[in-house]
Design a protein around this ligand. Structure first.
Ligand SMILES: [Zn+2]
Length: 67
């Protein structure tokens, strides 16, 4: 119902994608450190990105393009 729940679901789906990508592209273990890996913004819980968009950006501009 809420946008927040939608975002959480999308983020979870992207976390799943990261696991798949990691297994296929040998992406090193991505550790949640309290900050978004894409933009450096503090994030709650054990998340590694602010949202699905940051996750997308990080993957597309990082590991999927030659790292
Ligand atoms: Zn971010």
């Amino acid at each position: 119902m809420s946008d927040l729940a939608d975002d959480a679901n999308r983020a979870a789906a992207h976390d799943l994608n990261v696991s798949l990508v990691r297994s296929q592209k040998a992406v090193p273990e991505i550790v949640a450190n309290g900050y978004c890996h894409n933009c450096g913004h503090p994030v709650p819980d054990k998340r590694r990105w602010c949202d699905a968009d940051c996750c997308d950006e990080w993957l597309e501009e990082g590991w999927l393009n030659g790292h």
